[in-house]
Design a protein around this ligand. Structure first.
Ligand SMILES: [Ca+2]
Ligand SMILES: [Ca+2]
Ligand SMILES: [Ca+2]
Length: 339
């Protein structure tokens, strides 16, 4: 998909231009400077030039499959851009070279092809293609109608808007009280047992992740190796399994129902989010949006952890190191203040 080759460096350029602020406010998260974004920013700068001076930028040549280093790809004496604006095929030598097909976002080279791929990056690429072609075809009469700077600026704004939307909205919860069984009482014993069981499951999950999704993702992006993120599919599945186990196997005491639902919904969301991050290579915009959601969902789940640590405090519960409940000791610093 040639439009994807254009859109991906644009997305990463957008991140270079400000998207990272979403992450910059969390102390224990990332430094803002990334080799990846630097490289792709450079890629975009390169694509924005017109190497052979035929008035078609290198990224446009990518779209039309013409040679960015040759002003007259098919050698028929008319330059690539002049051919396109005259509705002639820049890949077929004239004179009998009227253009019958134009590129589509789906890269089949025919007009009106339906692109079955559906993700944020593909949608953006399609919008971009549509906008580009509309302006390009209109500009055969008036070249001023195609301003590629405006087009790419629009795409950059769409990228930022997509990320901002994800930063401002929490994911919708998948489960409610109707989906769980609630225990009968709130005794110290039932509360202690609940915390122990949940702690054991969370501990098992923590052991499965050596570094956690966030660090793993940042390291992969830093090393320009989004391919390695495919391995996160397994982590995504383990989150979904954990969510389901919490939902079906565990009976929370009545006072901890909201907390229990937060765990179930957060782990369910972590599963969905991690799946999207695993697809970063094919859908970087979706991957970036998912990283933002990961951060938001982490904050929400910390509230549940805080309630557990408050409860441990209130009931003066103690756990030996080999008990599941001991896992919450590490979250004690997050305990709500003033409650
Ligand atoms: Ca050119
Ligand atoms: Ca050319
Ligand atoms: Ca031609």
């Amino acid at each position: 998909m040639p439009s994807r080759k254009i859109i991906i460096p644009l997305i990463l350029t957008a991140l270079l231009g400000g998207g990272w602020w979403f992450f910059a406010d969390n102390k224990n998260q990332l430094p803002i400077k990334y080799a990846t974004t630097k490289t792709t920013g450079d890629t975009w700068n390169t694509l924005s030039s017109d190497s052979d001076g035929d008035s078609l930028k290198d990224w446009e040549e990518l779209l039309w499959k013409t040679d960015p280093k040759n002003p007259d790809t098919d050698g028929d004496g008319t330059t690539d851009n002049a051919e396109i604006t005259a509705n002639r095929d820049p890949l077929k030598a004239g004179p009998d070279d009227e253009m019958t097909a134009i590129p589509s976002a789906g890269d089949t080279g025919t007009r009106g092809t339906v692109n079955t791929e559906s993700n944020l990056t593909a949608e953006l690429a399609q919008d971009f293609m549509k906008s580009y072609l509309t302006h390009k075809l209109a500009s055969s009469n008036d070249p001023a109608l195609l301003n590629t700077e405006v087009l790419t600026a629009e795409a950059l704004m769409n990228i930022q808007a997509t990320l901002a939307k994800n930063a401002s909205e929490n994911m919708t919860d998948n489960f409610s009280e109707n989906d769980i069984h609630v225990g009968v009482d709130d005794t110290k014993k039932t509360i202690r047992a609940y915390i122990n069981t949940v702690g054991t499951l969370i501990l098992a999950q923590n052991k499965k992740e050596s570094k956690g999704v966030y660090i793993t993702t940042m390291e992969a992006l830093n090393n320009n190796n989004a391919t390695s993120l495919h391995s996160l599919k397994e982590t995504a599945l383990s989150f979904a399994v954990l969510s389901e186990k919490l939902r079906t196997d565990i009976t929370p005491p009545p006072s901890l129902v909201a907390t229990h639902l937060r765990f179930i919904n957060s782990f369910s969301h972590f599963g969905e989010i991690t799946n999207k991050i695993a697809d970063f290579e094919t859908d970087p915009l979706g991957g970036m949006a998912a990283l933002i959601q990961y951060k938001q969902e982490s904050i929400r789940s910390l509230e549940a952890l805080a309630t557990i640590t408050d409860t441990i405090h209130t009931y003066a519960l103690t756990f030996s190191d080999n008990e599941g409940g001991a896992v919450f000791k590490q979250y004690m610093p997050y305990r709500k203040t003033g409650s």
